[in-house]
Design a protein around this ligand. Structure first.
Ligand SMILES: *[C@@H]1O[C@H](CO)[C@@H](O)[C@H](O)[C@H]1NC(C)=O
Ligand SMILES: *[C@@H]1O[C@H](CO)[C@@H](O)[C@H](O)[C@H]1NC(C)=O
Length: 452
């Protein structure tokens, strides 16, 4: 690839009003100056299980969790009981594909088509390391990793065949970034070991997401602040080389920490991260996930100097979501709920992100615009964009306005596609046009003609 770009090549929607020939010029200019198109990374979960594939329900039957104060817990009589799929699941919406298994190859294949269709550059795969458990639900995501990888590789072969390109030469339209989740006993050594496993195992694949400019693999590190900056420094080495240092080694990468507030941003920069992400889909849940404060976070991030893995300014990654509601598993957590408001909430979050791209501060010169989307399928937190079906006792997506239909299962996929188009600008759209047509024809978002 090209050397790190010195010039920013924003391709924001502010140029959308240009006549067509000028649009072409804009697209041409951005390829000449070497910058990559704006990127979108979508958080993805592979912890679901069904009796058919997994010998029992996983996650859909989530336990109703207690509050940390007993007197609050006492107010909710379902605490401690489990949901009972398929009728009663742990989520406020009901999946179009039913309570599924993350080991179901056909299901994974459909998910990947949807993700390509909306224009996601990468799915961010929630993974709890080699030995960690996902949560109190007894799911070890590592046990599903092989299923996921096999389905992905089969999918890539299918895409390559459709394009009549030998699979070895085929650049997959969808890549994977590992979302390094916390687990009991996680420490700096075990995280490093986990990351080493990923790079050593998947380094030769073309689906491991690499930085468009430096070509290093990306990682998102959830709850990174649980490990002290001084310990991260031994691995991420912002200043000096040390024995455990990954920088410049064969397992170097781009590392994004979790940002809660201003001080965790500064800690992440000090620790040697390349940037940090806000993750939460609930606007206002943390300072970093408060859309009105995003311009401050962006400015503050870019003034922290350059990431060693990106060679670009330390990056704040705003994460947008369609809404949030985890009250089926945390009934006492209503204050965090964010209603979808017929899609208006999603629009507002995207608008706030878009503003960062269109009006970057001077310090952000040369930055690659990246947005996170929380989430593709975190059903238990009600932040999913995956198609949901109308069902009694569950919320419904807004209508596609065709007569006789109440909820459009594909509403949030379609909305995502629209906002991602805007985010990526004309260049990104052109690159994906060929995929879009196939997606519209076949596996597309259009609801099947028959009633669901
Ligand atoms: C880190 O975790 C690993 C595995 O969980 C454990 O074997 C090791 O002793 C821990 N190291 C420290 C310094 O706590
Ligand atoms: C991974 O591949 C890159 C080249 O793309 C190489 O420089 C690096 O050493 C490889 N790392 C491992 C762990 O094999």
């Amino acid at each position: 690839m090209s050397a790190p770009a010195e010039e920013p090549c924003w391709s924001g929607s502010s140029s959308l009003w240009l006549p067509f020939f000028l649009l072409q010029l804009v697209a041409f200019a951005s390829s000449v100056c070497g910058a990559a198109d704006a990127q979108v990374h979508v958080f993805y979960y592979m912890w679901y299980g069904s009796p058919e594939h997994d010998g029992g329900w996983k996650h859909w039957n989530h336990r109703v969790l207690p509050h940390w104060q007993q007197e609050v817990t006492d107010l909710y009589r379902h605490v401690g009981t489990n949901h009972t799929p398929p009728a009663d699941i742990h989520a406020p919406f009901y999946p179009l594909l039913g309570p599924y298994s993350s080991r179901d190859a056909n299901l994974l294949s459909q998910h990947m088509d949807w993700l390509v269709g909306i224009g996601a550059d990468a799915l961010v795969l929630s993974w709890h390391g080699i030995h960690g458990g996902a949560d109190g639900e007894g799911v070890r995501t590592h046990r599903n990793l092989n299923h996921f990888v096999r389905a992905l590789e089969r999918k890539i072969e299918e895409w390559a065949a459709r394009k009549r390109v030998p699979v070895g030469d085929f650049d997959p339209p969808l890549k994977v970034i590992f979302h390094m989740e916390p687990y009991r006993g996680r420490n700096i050594t075990s995280v490093q070991y986990d990351m080493q496993f990923i790079v050593r195992t998947f380094n030769d694949t073309r689906w491991l997401y690499r930085d468009p400019i430096t070509r290093l693999p990306w990682f998102y590190l959830y709850d990174s602040y649980h490990i002290k900056p001084a310990l991260w420094q031994q691995v991420l080495c912002p200043e000096a080389d040390g024995p455990g240092c990954v920088r410049g080694s064969d397992i170097d990468g781009v590392f994004m920490g979790l940002c809660l507030d201003g001080s965790s941003l500064i800690d992440a920069a000090r620790a040697g991260f390349d940037g940090c992400y806000s993750y939460f889909a609930s606007d206002g849940f943390t300072p970093a996930s408060t859309t009105s404060r995003w311009p401050w976070f962006q400015q503050e991030a870019c003034s922290q100097g350059r990431g060693m893995g990106t060679k670009r300014p330390f990056q704040f990654i705003p994460c947008v979501g369609p809404g949030y509601d985890d009250t089926k598993i945390r009934p006492w957590n209503k204050a965090t709920t964010r209603q979808r408001k017929n899609g208006a909430y999603f629009a507002q979050m995207w608008d706030a992100a878009q503003l960062l791209q269109e009006e970057p501060p001077l310090d952000c010169k040369g930055q690659l615009p990246v947005a996170g989307l929380t989430s593709f399928n975190e059903w238990g937190e009600g932040s999913q964009i995956e198609p949901a079906v109308e069902r009694e006792g569950y919320h419904t997506y807004p209508s596609d306005e065709r007569p006789g239909r109440k909820g459009d299962p594909y509403f949030f996929l379609k909305a995502s596609r629209e906002y991602i188009d805007r985010w990526k600008g004309p260049g990104g759209e052109a690159a994906r046009r060929e995929w879009r047509e196939e997606w519209d024809d076949g596996k597309g978002v259009r609801p099947p003609d028959q009633e669901l």
